[in-house]
Design a protein around this ligand. Structure first.
Ligand code: SF4
Ligand code: SF4
Length: 492
C-alpha cells in the first residue's frame, strides 16, 4: 500500500530493547489498590460505595457523570478501606478523591453483564452503551472515554477505523507486546469497534521497528475482509493520530478539526482489546499492560497490572532500583510527565513508568538561540517554535497564539533537536495553559472581547490587590494612636 510523507519528525534513540522481548507478566495483587475517580478526560466519576463495603472484582464502584465521563470498577474483590483525598496522590500530582481497596486475596468476579452474543448483528448503540459501562478509555495515554468516539458514526460520515499500533515513544513496548501476544483479541475488538462506528474498513498502523507484531497481526487479520495491517515509517511522532492518518491516507487534518471530519476515527490497539473483553465477556477495564523500563530499573518488564497499583509496588516487582534514578517519568520520555510521587497509582492511561539515569536524560545547560532553524524544520505541525518561544518570553501570548501555539501538541521534537538545549516545549505548555485560563475568563465575562482586554483586567486586578496589601501592611505597622484623656479614664 502506498504511504504518504509526513512533515518533520525526528529519530530519537528508541531504547525499546530493554523490554521488547519481555513477554507480559502478571503483577501479584498488592496489599492495597488506589482508584482515583478521575482517570479520564471529562467529569470525575461519582462514588457508589462507602467505607467498609465488600466489593467483587469488576463491580462498579463509581459511576460516570455526564456524557464525557467514565465509571470505575473494582480491580479485585475486597473491602473498601477508605475514600479519601490525602493518602493517595494522583499521577498528575493534583489531589484527587480516591477509593482505596484492601484485596481479600480471592479475586472473585462480580456477576458481569451478559456477553453480546453476535456483536456484528447487534445495534451499534448496544455496543456504545456496553463500552461506556465498562469504563473503557483511550489506553494510548489520552484517556478520552472510548464510547464517545465510538458514537461518532451517528454524527459524521465515516469510512475507516484506524487502529494505532505505532507506539513511537522510545522505551515503551506495551502495545507491541499486546499485539504479539493477543493479536486475535485486538483484531476482534477492532472489528466490533468498526461495526459500532459503521466503517467498512479497518487499518492497523504499526511502525516498521516492530516486525514481529506486523507479522502476527497480519496473520490474525488475514481471515477478515476489510482488515489490513500496514507498516509505517519509524519516525517520531508517528503515533500522533493526525500524523498516522496523514502517513496512511495522505490527508492532512486541518487545525481545530478532528480526524473524524476526514471520515477516520483512531483508537489504540490496547483499547480494542479492552472492547473485546467488554463485549465478549462483559468484563470492565480493571487492568492494563504497563512497560516499566529505564536503566535505573533492575529488571525492566511489561506487566499486566491491576488499575490502582502504586508505582512503588510496580517498581518493587521489577527488583527495585539498580541505581539512583535521576528522573522518573509517567509515560514515554518525549511526551510523558515527571512523576509527582512513587505513591501514585497506575491509572487507565498509564502506558509506561521510566526510571532514567543521568546518562539517559538530556540535562545540558541552556544557551542562547543561534537561529539555526532546526526546530522549524522538524516541527510536524509546521509551526515556528523559535518565534513562538520569543513571543512567550516577552509575555506576548497573543503573538504566540497567532503563530499557532494552540496547535502544538507538545510532542517535544523541537526541544529534542535544539542545539542550545532550550526547553521549547515547556514554553508552549505554559502558554497553552495561560491561554486556556484567559479564554475561560473571556467566556465568563462577555463584556470583554479580546485577550488584551482580559490581560488588562488581570493586571488591574493584580495592581489593586497589591495596593490593598500595602495599605494593610502600613496600617499594621503604624504605632497605636495615643489614647485620649477620656479613653484613659475609661480604661482606668
Ligand atoms: S512540541 Fe509543538 S512546536 Fe515543538 S515540535 Fe512538537 S508540535 Fe512543534
Ligand atoms: S533549534 Fe534552538 S537554537 Fe535553533 S532556532 Fe530553534 S530555538 Fe534557536
Amino acid at each position: 500500500m502506498k504511504l504518504y510523507p509526513v512533515r518533520g519528525g525526528i529519530h530519537p534513540e528508541y531504547r525499546k530493547e530493554q523490554t521488547s522481548e519481555k513477554a507480559i507478566v502478571l503483577m501479584p495483587m498488592p496489599a492495597a489498590l488506589y482508584i482515583p475517580l478521575q482517570q479520564h478526560i471529562g467529569a470525575p466519576a461519582e462514588v457508589l460505595v462507602k467505607e467498609g463495603d465488600l466489593v467483587k472484582k469488576g463491580q462498579m464502584i463509581a459511576r460516570s457523570q455526564g456524557v464525557i465521563s467514565s465509571p470505575q470498577h473494582a480491580p479485585t474483590s475486597g473491602r473498601i478501606a477508605a475514600i479519601t483525598e490525602v493518602a493517595a496522590p494522583h499521577p498528575s500530582g493534583l489531589p484527587q478523591t480516591t477509593i482505596i481497596i484492601e484485596p481479600d486475596g480471592k479475586d472473585e468476579w462480580a456477576v458481569l453483564p451478559e456477553p453480546i452474543a453476535d456483536p456484528f448483528a447487534a445495534d451499534p448503540h448496544l455496543i456504545h452503551e456496553r463500552v461506556a459501562q465498562s469504563g473503557i478509555v483511550g489506553m494510548g495515554g489520552a484517556a478520552f472515554p472510548s464510547a464517545v468516539k465510538l458514537n461518532l458514526g451517528t454524527q459524521k460520515k465515516l469510512d475507516t477505523l484506524l487502529l494505532n499500533g505505532a507506539e513511537c515513544e522510545p522505551y515503551l513496548t506495551c502495545d507491541d507486546r499486546v499485539m504479539r501476544e493477543y493479536a486475535d483479541e485486538v483484531i476482534d475488538g477492532a472489528r466490533i469497534m468498526a461495526h459500532a462506528l459503521g466503517t467498512p474498513r479497518v487499518v492497523i498502523g504499526i511502525e516498521l521497528n516492530k516486525p514481529e507484531a506486523i507479522t502476527i497481526m497480519s496473520k490474525a487479520a488475514s481471515a477478515f475482509a476489510g482488515v489490513e495491517v500496514i507498516g509505517v515509517p519509524v519516525q517520531y511522532p508517528m503515533g500522533s493520530e493526525r500524523h498516522l492518518v496523514q502517513a496512511i491516507t495522505g490527508l492532512e487534518t486541518p487545525a481545530r478539526k478532528l480526524t473524524a471530519d476526514l471520515g477516520i476515527v483512531v483508537h489504540n490497539v490496547a483499547t480494542a482489546r479492552a472492547v473485546h473483553h467488554s463485549v465478549r465477556f462483559g468484563r470492565p477495564l480493571v487492568s492494563r499492560v504497563v512497560t516499566v523500563s529505564g536503566r535505573a530499573i533492575r529488571e525492566p518488564n511489561n506487566i499486566l497490572t491491576p488499575i490502582g497499583t502504586r508505582i512503588t509496588d510496580l517498581i518493587e516487582f521489577c527488583g527495585g532500583f539498580a541505581t539512583r534514578p535521576e528522573s522518573i517519568v509517567n509515560g514515554g520520555p518525549m511526551m510523558g510527565q515527571p512523576l509527582a510521587s512513587l505513591e501514585a497509582p497506575v491509572v487507565k492511561g498509564t502506558s509506561g513508568i521510566l526510571a532514567l539515569t543521568t546518562e539517559e536524560i538530556n540535562d545540558q545547560p541552556t544557551s542562547s538561540c543561534i537561529r539555526c532553524g532546526s526546530c522549524v524544520t522538524i516541527c510536524p505541525c509546521g509551526l515556528s517554535p523559535v518565534e513562538m518561544a520569543a513571543f512567550i518570553r516577552k509575555d506576548n501570548l497573543e503573538g504566540a497564539a497567532k503563530l499557532g501555539v494552540r496547535d502544538c501538541f507538545s510532542c517535544g521534537s523541537c526541544s529534542y533537536v535544539c542545539p542550545s538545549h532550550i526547553p521549547l516545549v515547556h514554553y508552549f505548555n505554559y502558554a497553552k495553559g495561560m491561554l486556556s485560563d484567559l479564554e475561560r475568563e473571556l467566556r465568563k465575562n462577555d463584556r470583554v472581547k479580546t485577550l488584551v482586554e482580559v490581560r488588562t483586567i488581570r493586571i488591574e486586578k493584580a495592581a489593586e490587590a497589591k495596593k490593598a496589601a500595602l495599605a494593610a501592611k502600613k496600617t499594621a505597622a503604624a504605632p497605636a494612636a495615643t489614647p485620649t484623656v477620656d479613653e484613659e479614664k475609661t480604661n482606668a
